[in-house]
Structure formats: C-alpha cells, structure tokens
Write a protein that binds this ligand. Structure first.
Ligand SMILES: C[S@@+](CC[C@H](N)C(=O)[O-])C[C@H]1O[C@@H](n2cnc3c(N)ncnc32)[C@H](O)[C@@H]1O
Length: 270
C-alpha cells in the first residue's frame, strides 16, 4: 500500500480483523482496568497507539459527548477505519492524529492515557514514555497493557515447531527495533519518574473451545505467512507450527498458555 508507514505486524485487512477479535477477548480486562484507574465522564484521554480504534470507541462511550479521546497512531489505514466508525456512531468526542510516536506526543494536560501493545514496537520506548508522561496532568492516570513474558505462549502437550514460531515472532519484533517483553521496563521507568504504580500479571490457560484460544490462534494464522515473507521463519517451520496448532485444536485434552501480559495502572504525582 503506497504511502502507508507499515509496522512489523502490518496494517492489512486481516490484521484489522485480528485486532478486533483480540479486543473482544481483552475488552473485559480493559474495562475493569479503566474503572479501577478512575476513567470517567467528561475526561480528556489519550489512546496512545490506537490502531483501528476498537478500544478508542469504548473509551469514547466512557467519557461521553462532553469528553474527548485523542487517538494517536502512525497508520493512516487504521485511523481511516476508526474515523469511519466514529462518524457512523456520531462520536464527535473522538479526535484522530496521524503521528509517529517515536518522535512526539502532540497534546498536553490530558486526564489520562490508555496504551496497549505499543511500547513493544517503539525503538526508544523510554523517551516515548517520558513524552507521554509529560502530556498527562498532575494526578492523571496511565493504564498500560504490555507483555511481561511472551515466551509463556505454549501448547500442552508441547510442540517444538510452535515454540519456534513464538521465538520467531519475538525475534522479528527485536529485529524491527522493538522488544516484546517491554512491560517490566515501562513499570520501572514510571517508578523512577515518581509515579505510583499498581502491577498485575495476566496469563490464561485455556482449551480450544474457550474464546480466549481464538486470540493467539488467529495471530498464528495471520502472521505465519508474513514471518515467512519477511524471511524470519522458514516455510516448512511455519507449516509445521500451523499443522501442530490445527492438530491441537481437535485433540481432546489440549491446553494453551497465553503470552503473559503486565497490567500497569499508574498515577502521576501532584
Ligand atoms: C498491536 S497494534 C495495537 C493497537 C491498539 N493499541 C490495540 O490494542 O488494538 C500496535 C499499533 O502501534 C502502532 N505503531 C507502531 N509503531 C508506531 C509509531 N512509531 N508511531 C505511532 N504508532 C505506531 C501501529 O500502527 C499499530 O496500530
């Protein structure tokens, strides 16, 4: 797609659908974290790395028509999708800004921000976090969902090919300048900046009929071909990982442990 500044997972239609399914799985935990952080009516909140804006729309419902959600992302394609949904739902409180978050955060005095799976992709995450922290008012809140340990993502009984796929994903993010397991570093940096932090690791172990299974399994389907085309995984290894996953889905007694996420709720000093 000409002009689109792609990132490692791509901005194609299948990725937009995958992010939608991912949000359906993670939505209850996001809503719970936002409630505990005190996100509420009439606030001005940033969705930092909003993507196609699935969470942005939920945040817009929380702040209501007199609040504002500033959705920041570098992908025009993702923001187009969000703008279309916001227009069809008459969510005039949603404002989108196409921006490289590795360079700047174009707002100030916000009541809070939501960040999910964005610091993992930024080449200088600490500098980006400091810019975001400066854009929040004293006493404001950050809610962050980033990975703590991506390598906990496994099938039981274990599959060597599947675990090789997981390693290739982590390696591809690192080669692209990111870091999959950025969560703990973000928590340390916020502490050093004087923010009060609450931390919670989140991992699920589920069987194939559980909706949660669909989130990681859709990632394999959408991204195995991409990893092969980027030269990060051999074709036969990708095929074996997909075959082992498909076999696991029909074998009684199979379980999957998800990548472990770190939830951070942080309060800026007054
Ligand atoms: C895994 S998606 C997560 C999207 C959204 N936060 C969610 O939870 O559905 C990562 C997002 O980071 C964005 N992104 C990656 N690098 C970026 C950068 N340097 N500046 C702005 N956005 C970036 C991508 O465009 C993509 O929307």
């Amino acid at each position: 797609m000409s002009g689109e500044r792609d990132y490692v997972l791509g901005t194609h239609d299948e990725e937009i659908d995958r992010l939608g399914l991912q949000h359906v799985v993670w939505r209850p935990r996001a809503l719970d974290a936002w409630r505990r952080a005190g996100f509420t009516r009439d606030q001005r909140l940033i969705d930092f790395g909003a993507g196609p804006g699935y969470a942005t729309v939920d945040l817009a419902d929380i702040v209501g028509p007199n609040g504002q959600i500033i959705a920041l992302d570098r992908s025009r394609r993702f923001l187009d999708r969000l703008e279309a949904v916001a227009e069809s739902r008459r969510l005039t409180q949603v404002r989108t800004i196409e921006i490289d978050l590795a360079a700047t955060v174009p707002t100030e005095g916000a009541d809070g921000a939501w960040c999910r799976w964005i610091f993992a992709f930024l080449p200088e995450p600490r500098a980006a976090l400091e810019r975001l922290a400066a854009a929040i008012r004293p006493g404001g809140r950050l809610v962050i969902h980033e990975y703590l340990d991506y390598a906990t993502w496994r099938l039981f009984p274990r599959s060597v090919a599947f675990e090789r796929f997981v390693e290739a994903v982590m390696e591809s993010w690192r080669t692209d300048g990111g870091e999959s397991d950025i969560g703990p570093a973000v928590a340390c940096w916020l502490s050093e900046l004087g923010w009060q932090i609450e931390l919670q690791p989140i991992i699920d172990i589920v069987s194939p009929e559980n909706l949660v299974w669909r989130w990681p399994s859709s990632f394999v389907t959408v991204n195995s071909e991409r990893l092969v085309s980027l030269g990060r995984l051999a074709g036969e290894d990708a095929a074996k990982a997909c075959a082992d996953l498909a076999a696991a889905e029909t074998r009684p007694g199979t379980l999957m442990a998800t990548p472990t996420l770190l939830e951070i709720i942080a309060k800026k000093p007054r």
